[in-house]
Design a protein around this ligand. Structure first.
Ligand code: CO8
Length: 258
């Protein structure tokens, strides 16, 4: 499939999707979000893919929703047509691991998009912000909900009320970002990690993702119960037999994703 606002690349079991509207620092418009959703779901359905990377340019992961498109909207346009949720929900349907590799700006919807991924790895040049307040709006794609869960209420309030930028070091300290790399190495390093994840037994990796995500949607006791049932389910897979046999026989495991 050919896209206009994103680039896609497959290297072994790792798919990389690059946001590609450089003239507007990857501002997110409907076309981009439609194409991104289609690409993500396509890779999710592809048995040969085990991990997906979402990235942007060196200067910008994404500088937010496209302000030029939004500026003309009124209440009817956004409420009646349910602006945002239509094509942002696709990302949540992806069941394979998705890593955001963030270099440069991840602002507003760009920061929210990164937070919708399963983990964020950043270049030392990365800058995160929820600057919507300066435009007379609040974050609208999960920023007020995911940011406090990632970095604490105090930090989320600070960021969303001032709109200030948080650099990569602060983002890592705060827990928003799992690892930081020098800008020039980001993609190489993230690809190595993505390959490591893609080489894990796929069903198990999907269950890890499902269980960790459940921690954000449920009570502790319900989450523990859900985890235990998925843990039990692992014992019905061939890869559990292979993984444990390989350990006992002191040899590398040969997983079959079954
Ligand atoms: N939307 C549209 N165009 C943009 C955006 C944007 N978010 N960000 C940058 N651009 C454009 C600029 O207008 C400029 O275009 P032109 O060359 O035609 O003037 C080009 O990109 C380059 O930008 P700058 O010249 O401004 O580059 P600088 O290096 O000087 O500054 C900044 C970079 C600091 C990133 C600056 O561009 C900036 O502040 N951008 C806006 C950041 C922002 O406010 N983002 C939040 C947007 S609101 C939002 O995301 C709400 C999310 C709601 C949910 C998601 C729904 C889809």
């Amino acid at each position: 499939m050919s896209y206009k606002t994103i680039l896609t690349e497959v290297d072994g079991k790792v798919a990389t999707i690059t946001l590609n509207r450089p003239e507007v620092l990857n501002a997110l418009n409907d076309q981009l979000m439609d194409e991104l959703g289609a690409a993500l779901l396509g890779f999710d359905a592809d048995d040969n893919i085990g991990c997906i990377i979402l990235t942007g340019s060196e200067k910008a992961f994404a500088a937010g929703a496209d302000i030029a498109s939004m500026a003309k909207y009124g209440l009817k346009d956004v409420y009646r047509d349910d602006f945002i949720t239509r094509n942002w929900e696709e990302i949540r349907k992806v069941r394979k691991p998705v890593i955001a590799a963030v270099s440069g700006y991840a602002l507003g919807g760009g920061c929210e998009l990164a937070m919708m991924c399963d983990t964020i790895m950043a270049a030392d040049s990365a800058k995160f912000a929820q600057p919507e307040v300066k435009l007379g709006i609040i974050p609208g794609a999960g920023g007020t909900q995911r940011l406090p869960r990632a970095v604490s209420k105090a930090k989320a309030m600070d960021l969303a009320l001032t709109g200030r930028m948080m650099d990569a070091a602060e983002a890592e300290r705060s827990g928003l970002v799992s690892r930081v790399f020098p800008k020039a190495d980001l993609l190489k390093e993230v690809k190595t990690i993505a390959k490591e994840i893609a080489d894990m037994p796929l069903l198990t990796a999907m269950m890890v993702k499902e269980a960790v995500n459940a921690a954000y949607e449920t009570t502790l006791s319900e989450g523990i119960h859900f985890e235990r049932r998925l843990f039990h389910t692992c014992f019905g897979t061939n890869d559990q037999k292979e993984g444990m046999a390989a350990f006992m026989e002191k040899r590398p495991a040969k997983f079959t994703n079954s």
